[in-house]
Design a protein around this ligand. Structure first.
Ligand SMILES: [Zn+2]
Length: 334
């Protein structure tokens, strides 16, 4: 906004008007927000010298904090501009704008997946601060979809199509901790365990090249979860009932080839097991894929075994995180 003091040539008149510093009667300077300045607004929210001219009634309808704030307001005579009371708020300008746009423009935040998780976290923070309860519920519903408590939802097409862009699951862990929202916690550290170690330490890199800040407080629970997950898989999968060897009736793989299906011998199963333990893919969504020489029946058998293993693993995810089961988290209102 400071740049407006030396405007480039050929600016549009509206731009000039918008950027010209205005004064509250006290002499305090501000500029009109380019995004939210309603001529018929009856209150001005002043945030770091940017003014948002909005409607008292609309904001009071959504936010009980603003409603209370407005009801006790006794404006000093010098906190008036153009007949509107000027209320100073101390949020970051972009955070307040994010909240106001969400409240004013119906479609703005309807599709949560178009935002980065970091942005939703900021919106959640604003919704909590100003007690915009409907918005709080809405964002939490979305987070329950992204970091679900059931494997069925986790695998659902609807969820996969709803994931936010450049999803950094470590932010999910951060949100769970910051907003006391444990139901999303087991899936979030699991998804974080799939991120490369270097990325976890350096901060997540988005597709536009920007890097999110390192989430130091989140690293510990994520590392502990990953260690527990690996240990659990090691113990669990040494149990022979998973990865059972299978002989095949040596059916030819195709009429044109002489090769026969090797079945699911121990060596192949040990590769499949190692593939899972490496966590280099999402083991709840994918299965071991180096199966060119194996017949369809044997592949189905392997998928069945992997499916059983995944269901069993999903059921203990919360215990790998903080020692409680799914039912404990589901029973807490959050
Ligand atoms: Zn076979």
């Amino acid at each position: 906004m400071e740049a407006s003091r030396s405007p480039p040539p050929k600016r549009r008149r509206e731009d000039d008007e918008r950027d010209t510093p205005l004064n509250v009667s006290s002499g305090q300077e501000f500029t009109k927000s380019a995004d939210l300045w309603m001529e018929d607004g009856n209150i001005i929210l002043l945030c770091h010298s940017v003014g948002f001219r909005v409607h008292r009634g609309v904001l009071a309808l959504h936010s009980s904090v603003l409603r209370d704030m407005f009801s006790i307001i006794a404006p000093a005579e010098d906190q008036i501009f153009d007949g509107c009371v000027v209320v100073t708020l101390h949020d970051a300008v972009e955070d307040l704008l994010l909240l106001l746009k969400t409240l004013y423009f119906r479609r703005f935040a309807q599709t949560k997946s178009k935002f980065r998780l970091q942005t939703l976290r900021r919106l959640l923070e604003m919704a909590r601060k100003y007690m915009v309860d409907d918005l709080l519920d809405e964002i939490k519903d979305y987070l329950r979809l992204i970091f679900p408590s059931t494997l069925t939802v986790y695998r659902s097409q609807y969820r996969l199509e709803s994931l936010c862009q450049d999803l950094d699951p470590m932010v999910g862990v951060e949100i769970a901790m910051e907003f006391d929202f444990p139901i999303i916690r087991p899936a979030a550290p699991y998804m974080s365990s799939l991120i490369r170690l270097e990325t976890r330490l350096d901060g997540f890199k988005s597709s536009d090249g920007s890097r999110s800040p390192q989430l130091v407080d989140v690293l510990r629970p994520v590392f502990v979860f990953e260690r527990n997950l690996r240990e659990h898989m090691e113990d669990d999968e040494h149990n022979d009932r998973w990865y059972e060897e299978r002989t095949c009736e040596n059916k030819a793989l195709s009429d044109l080839r002489d090769e026969f299906c090797p079945g699911l011998p121990a060596w192949l199963l040990s590769y499949a097991r190692r593939w899972r333990h490496n966590l280099s893919a999402d083991i709840f969504l994918d299965g071991y894929s180096e199966l060119d020489e194996v017949c369809d029946k044997c592949i189905s058998k392997l998928r069945e075994m992997e499916g059983e293993l995944s269901s069993s693993l999903w059921s203990v995810l919360p215990m790998l995180d903080r020692g409680s089961g799914w039912s404990d988290w589901r029973s807490i209102p959050q």
